[in-house]
Design a protein around this ligand. Structure first.
Ligand SMILES: *Cc1c(COP(=O)(O)O)cnc(C)c1O
Length: 392
């Protein structure tokens, strides 16, 4: 499958990257080995110098990880992909590989909490600063660019309010300013959105979410042009936040069902969002697949579906929101997402609990807000679970 580009998405999802061993196995082999043996001293020297390609040590490469990287690159339409130990390791490795002290990031304010911490509190220790832009308006991003800006960083749709950013417009702004556009594609996965086709330079993944999709392992990835991923690889092989072969194998198997899972989850999410809109206790539903969503048209243009994250605001604040959570018998009370099992969380007291009440209010994360990551159960059962707390 070296000419990956000749195949359609569904074919690439189950076959891209396969390289069989001497045993000609059908399923992808799991190579649980930390190092590799050389035929002789000359080969060892050639492998170490890079004169001869091949595996040396699993902090650098492992064949199972390589298959996963090639498959994910094919699905994202990227030239290359580097796998990392987690989604945060992917973000940190990208910054460490491509930036220097004194340089600057422009990021959307509504990004994952740990990313916000990394950009806002850890990177400044090394002279890398970030301007956070509120709202989805592309000109606001242009206004925040400085002479030493290196990256424009967004997540679309955002967590938990499902704000949608215009990736093509932001790519134009970034490139006009000589800046790279980085998109965290965690909420959509390449099955529902391909940022590189829209002009993004790099795509970040927390493979922990939809790529595994069954809540088993942590993982991450950086996809993009070789020019950039090779820098990320150089950092990774030295600093060490490499993906384990076992986790790569699990994620590889997750990729095979990625599209049919996420498509079914998105269909469930749309049905649930419509049902929520009809409930009198629900004041507002945030779901890009609904015509009432402020960026519905943009979402339908750049995504294959509305995704599977549905947030909604109940009347009655925290008390009413917690009542919905506490009356769930089937839906899991957990902040994780992207699983085949539906999860529910109250952002104001969990994922966004560390930011001040004023900042939360300013970003629209009220006390009555709930986020549901819709799974593959019957949507009737999900509705029954949520209905219990809405009437209680
Ligand atoms: C979970 C998540 C991450 C971090 O991924 P980990 O695998 O937990 O390190 C980054 N971005 C988004 C949007 C996420 O949801």
């Amino acid at each position: 499958m070296s000419e990956s580009f000749e195949y359609e998405f569904d074919t690439l999802a189950v076959r891209a990257g396969i390289e069989r061993s001497q045993f000609n196995e059908h399923s992808e082999a799991l190579y649980l080995t930390s190092s590799f043996v050389f035929a002789n001293a000359a080969q060892a020297a050639a492998r170490f110098s890079g004169a001869e390609p091949g595996n040396v040590y699993a902090r650098f490469t492992n064949p199972t990880v390589t298959v996963m990287q090639e498959r994910l690159a094919a699905l994202e339409g990227a030239e290359a992909c580097i796998a990392t130990a987690s989604g945060m390791a992917a973000i940190m490795s990208t910054v460490m590989a491509l930036m220097q002290g004194g340089e600057h990031i422009v990021a959307s304010q509504s990004i994952f909490g740990a990313t916000q911490q990394l950009f806002g509190n850890i990177l400044p220790k090394f002279g890398v600063t970030t301007t956070f832009v509120a709202g989805t308006d592309p000109p606001a991003f242009r206004a925040a660019v400085q002479p030493r800006t290196k990256l424009l960083f967004i997540e679309s749709p955002s967590n938990p309010l499902t704000e949608v950013y215009d990736i093509a417009a932001l790519a134009t702004i970034a490139h006009d300013a000589g800046v790279l556009l980085v998109v965290d594609n965690c909420f959509c996965s390449p099955a529902q959105q391909r940022p590189i086709e829209l002009g993004a330079d790099l795509v970040i993944h927390s493979a922990t979410k939809y790529l595994d999709g069954q809540g088993r392992v942590l993982g991450g990835a950086v996809c993009g042009r070789k020019l950039h991923t090779e820098e990320v690889f150089k950092y990774l092989r030295t600093a060490g936040p490499t993906l384990s072969p076992f986790n790569a194998w699990v994620i590889l198997k997750g990729l095979e069902t990625l599209r049919i899972r996420t498509q079914a989850q998105a269909a469930n999410a749309l049905e649930l969002a419509r049902w929520l809109e009809a409930q009198p206790q629900v004041m507002r539903v945030f779901y890009p697949g609904l015509p009432s969503h402020p960026q519905h048209e943009l979402a339908m243009r750049q995504q294959a579906s509305g995704g599977a994250i549905v947030s909604f605001e109940v009347s009655g604040g925290r008390e009413a929101a917690w009542r919905v959570v506490d009356n769930c018998r089937m839906v899991s009370i957990t902040a994780n997402l992207g699983d085949t099992k539906t999860t529910i969380t109250h952002p104001a007291s969990t994922t966004h609990g560390r930011i001040s009440a004023e900042a939360r209010q300013a970003s629209g994360i009220g006390e009555g807000l709930l986020r549901v990551a819709v799974g593959l159960e019957s949507v009737t059962d999900i509705e029954r679970d949520l209905a219990r707390g809405l009437v209680a």
